[in-house]
Design a binder for this molecule. Structure first.
Ligand SMILES: Cc1cc2nc3c(=O)[nH]c(=O)nc-3n(C[C@H](O)[C@H](O)[C@H](O)COP(=O)(O)OP(=O)(O)OC[C@H]3O[C@@H](n4cnc5c(N)ncnc54)[C@H](O)[C@@H]3O)c2cc1C
Length: 401
């Protein structure tokens, strides 16, 4: 029997493909229903895939070619075909973001579709069962809260540490480590940041499209897209996508984040401000939400009624910097409680790149978020979970056969 541990995105797909070779497959899940991250994904709509994928946007501490090879193992067009034809879930493209969602816009349909297909294909799903340990051997011994099980092959698909109430509390990562696998340090990723507001203003609820440049450890990374002021700090895709540079940031050189609030250049701002005879804040508010415009002027030390001709040189320089390279005063991050994924995990060098079988323990396969790679917002992380889940499932099925 093939035992798959974790009925999340990766484990559900792994179990479906493990059945292809005809052997019995049992899927063990600690919660009463599984797939809880699928349910809360994409704001309840489930951004199931991106319409195109740039592998270089994935983050890993393992050799990048291993991550790219795993992504190539199941091209997006085939993943899409699987969901539309095998799962029977028509997808729709959100043109402005390039994201694919189920046409019904219901994440529940994705979970039910996968659970339904697994059941139809003969996977035996056992809920309310927590795996507590694994002992290698022929057969493998799987220790669970409902007693031990024997398995010819085991697929670990227990996810990371993010949003633990969905069922993923890191047990699988601990098991992988106990079995001697090399682990890259874990950190929350795609998580909101905490911090103050320009000029100390209350800007919660304001959203706009920005560009953020992070400088950390001598390296620069840039993200672009939505930015949202929250009650505690900042969120939105551009913030979430850069957040790992903050969650991994350490003294004495913490990550610096610089925000360009518009697509205007410093020269364009300088010329327009120089040409105005009216209030400088009103010029800024032509391109930015008014409260943010006022706050940035305040942050640059401008009196609220400062007019163009009265602008002092140091005020102009300070304002141009606030507009095009604002030093975001982040103080921390919202951690695993809000993180969409966990960075780090099982080193990709510790799994066979063609099968995802452990290089240390024959018969053990690993897939999904517990592996050391994650992508940006936009369906990338499900693409990873589906691709690695399928590969592990196929290989375990063939091996056990
Ligand atoms: C709020 C939120 C929104 C997101 N939105 C998107 C999105 O729109 N698009 C996208 O691509 N990605 C999104 N993601 C990321 C995506 O959900 C994850 O990358 C993906 O779910 C990882 O799949 P996984 O199967 O590896 O892990 P998980 O989905 O976490 O599944 C792990 C499963 O294993 C079970 N388990 C854990 N330990 C045990 C144990 N010891 N015994 C038995 N079972 C166990 C858990 O209960 C769980 O069901 C989002 C994440 C969050 C938190």
């Amino acid at each position: 029997m093939i035992v798959v541990i974790g009925a999340g995105a990766a484990g559900l797909v792994a179990s479906i493909f493990a059945r292809a070779a005809g052997r019995p497959v049992r899927l063990l899940e600690r919660t009463s229903d599984g797939g809880r991250k699928i349910l809360i994904s994409g704001g309840g709509r489930c951004n199931i895939l991106p319409s195109s994928l740039q592998p270089e946007r994935f983050v890993t501490d393992s050799p990048a070619h291993l991550m790219r090879g795993l992504l190539r193992s199941w091209p997006l067009t085939e993943q899409r075909r699987f969901f539309e034809e095998d799962v029977g879930l028509p997808l729709a493209l959100e043109a402005e973001t390039g994201k694919l969602f189920p046409r019904s816009n219901r994440a529940r349909d994705v979970r039910e579709g996968l659970v339904g297909l697994a059941t139809t294909r003969g996977v035996e799903i056992q809920y309310d069962t927590t795996v507590t340990g694994l002992t290698p051997g022929a057969p493998w011994l799987v220790e669970t809260s409902r007693g031990p099980l024997d398995a010819t092959a085991v697929i670990l698909a227990t996810g990371g540490l993010s949003v633990p109430q969905t069922g993923s509390d890191g047990t699988g990562l601990r098991i992988a480590k106990t079995l001697g696998h090399e682990m890259h340090s874990l950190y929350p990723a795609l998580t909101p940041l905490t911090g103050g507001m320009p000029g100390g203003a209350d800007l919660a609820g304001i959203s706009l499209s920005v560009r953020i440049r992070a400088r950390a450890d001598g390296r620069t990374r840039e993200t672009a897209g939505g930015f949202l002021f929250t009650h505690r700090g900042y969120s939105g895709p551009s913030v979430l996508d850069i957040s790992d540079t903050v969650t991994r940031s350490s003294a004495p050189a913490p990550t610096s984040l610089r925000v360009n609030w518009t697509d205007r250049t410093e020269a364009q701002w300088r010329d327009e401000i120089a040409a105005t005879t009216g209030r400088v804040a009103s010029v800024v508010a032509r391109y930015l939400p008014e409260r943010l415009a006022e706050a940035l002027c305040m942050d640059a030390g401008l009196p609220a009624d400062r007019r163009g001709p009265e602008l002092r040189r140091e005020e102009r320089l300070a304002l141009l910097e606030r507009l095009t390279a604002y030093a975001l005063p982040w103080t921390g991050n919202e951690g695993y409680k809000k993180a969409e994924v966990t960075g780090g995990g099982v080193a990709l060098t510790d799994v066979n790149p063609r099968t995802l079988e452990s290089v240390r323990h024959p018969g053990l396969f690993m897939c999904g978020e517990m592996l050391d790679a994650f992508g940006p917002i936009g369906g990338y992380n499900f693409a990873w979970a589906w691709a690695t889940g399928r590969l592990a499932g196929l290989a375990a099925g063939q091996m056990a056969g």
